[in-house]
Design a binder for this molecule. Structure first.
Ligand SMILES: Nc1ncnc2c1ncn2[C@@H]1O[C@H](COP(=O)(O)OP(=O)(O)O)[C@@H](O)[C@H]1O
Ligand SMILES: [Mg+2]
Length: 374
């Protein structure tokens, strides 16, 4: 029987757990018209918390209402690409025919040139004009139809791209156009690294913080997916599998996938669950822990290794001491790791790991990590 679980980045799970309320709110906002709060959303969470698949589902809801959806990843220059795509689909009208102030026409590229460099100062207006064009055409079909733009990996965006999008969308919302934007990224995407007016815009968006999913929902989902696909699971196995996920979405898929594989016949028993959980934990190391650590500076890594000496939440004072640094210095690294979605302040003066099993993984790899570094 084919394995129903989907343990890979951006792959839609067989059952999207715990997201009904945000999807319903979004749906209501599409129905309710311009200015509804969930038409502007910012989704934050660590790697593997389910940001991309939530964007996928928002897109599905929007399409069900005959909205047009553009899914973007915020690589540098992505707004330029969005403009080209929009123009090639909606842009038979020339940009000059749009009521623009006389500035802002220069530097506007033409779609058939292929790669176009957009001028940073005219970018917001070019985007606004292009979106207006697209919305006019979409609205002509039916006044309730609109345009959803999803922006993934927002933490990697250029400030000029975000500023253009912020400016354009703010105007379109004010003009009561049917536009919605959902941003997703690591917790630090609204940090001070971004220019002020961009942050203000992002902060005004409805925040959706992806936290651990409750184990009750995880357990129900496992049972439902497994039985719906012709399998079965014993109560003990279900409990072992559920607890091992820690409610972390990526681990839910990894555990589900591996316990399914380890089952002999169609029943997943406790033995299969234990073996599957172990396999899942190893895979999590390679697919989540390792890339998350690779992105960090060697000082950030040292901070995490100092945390991994504890068996539970770490006192920030202890970490500074272990690093031989003053608390302010250690505090800066703590802040960066929080923004990267790797750790979180679990109580006043304490930090803990966001991603399950990262502590254990760091303990197992401490020696190699100390030698490496950049
Ligand atoms: N709500 C959820 N319920 C079940 N599985 C989920 C959920 N959200 C995400 N997943 C699974 O977790 C993994 C990571 O999801 P993804 O959206 O790629 O995370 P992110 O974009 O935050 O790194 C995928 O395998 C996906 O199927
Ligand atoms: Mg993602």
């Amino acid at each position: 029987m084919p394995n129903p679980f989907r343990p890979s980045a951006g792959a839609n799970p067989p059952y999207l757990i715990g997201r009904d309320s945000v999807l319903d709110e979004f749906d209501d906002s599409l129905e309710s018209g311009p200015g509804s709060p969930y038409r502007l959303m910012r989704i934050t969470g660590s790697r593997g918390s389910g940001k991309t698949v939530l964007l996928n589902s928002l897109g599905k809801r929007a399409r069900a209402r005959h909205w047009t959806v553009f899914d973007e990843t915020a690589t540098p220059g992505f707004i330029g690409n969005l403009i080209l795509t929009l123009r090639s689909e909606y842009g038979s009208r020339s940009i000059k025919s749009i009521d623009l102030p006389s500035v802002g026409i220069e530097g506007v590229g033409s779609a058939d040139l292929g790669k176009v460099e957009f001028n940073e100062t005219t970018l917001p207006m070019t985007l606004r004009a292009t979106l207006t064009d697209a919305l006019d055409r979409i609205g002509k079909r039916h006044s309730d139809h609109g345009l959803l733009i999803t922006v993934d990996e927002t933490q990697g965006a250029n400030v000029s791209d975000l500023r253009a999008l912020a400016t354009a969308v703010q105007h379109l919302i004010r003009e009561e156009r049917n536009i919605a934007v959902a941003f997703a990224g690591l917790p630090g995407m609204t940090s001070s690294l971004l220019h002020d007016n961009v942050i203000t815009f992002l902060r005004r968006a409805m925040p959706v913080e992806l936290e651990d999913i409750s184990l009750g929902l995880v357990s129900d989902a496992f049972e439902e997916v497994i039985t719906a696909n012709g399998g079965a699971i014993t109560p003990e196995a279900l409990q072992i599998a559920t607890e091992a996920t820690h409610g972390y979405p990526f681990m839910i898929q990894l555990v589900g996938y591996n316990i399914w594989r380890k089952a002999s016949g169609s029943v997943i028993d406790a033995g299969a669950a234990r073996a599957g959980v172990e396999a899942a934990r190893i895979r999590l190391g390679g697919t989540v822990h390792e890339p998350a650590i690779e992105d960090l500076s060697s000082v950030d890594r040292t901070y995490l290794l100092a945390m991994a000496q504890d068996q539970g939440p770490s006192r920030t004072g202890d970490i500074a001491q272990r690093l031989g640094k003053d608390p302010q210095y250690a505090g800066r690294y703590r802040e960066r790791l929080i923004q990267a979605g790797i750790i979180y302040p679990s109580a006043y003066g304490y930090v803990d790991f966001t991603i399950p099993y990262l502590r254990q993984w760091l303990q197992e790899h401490a020696a190699t990590l100390m030698l490496g570094g950049n």
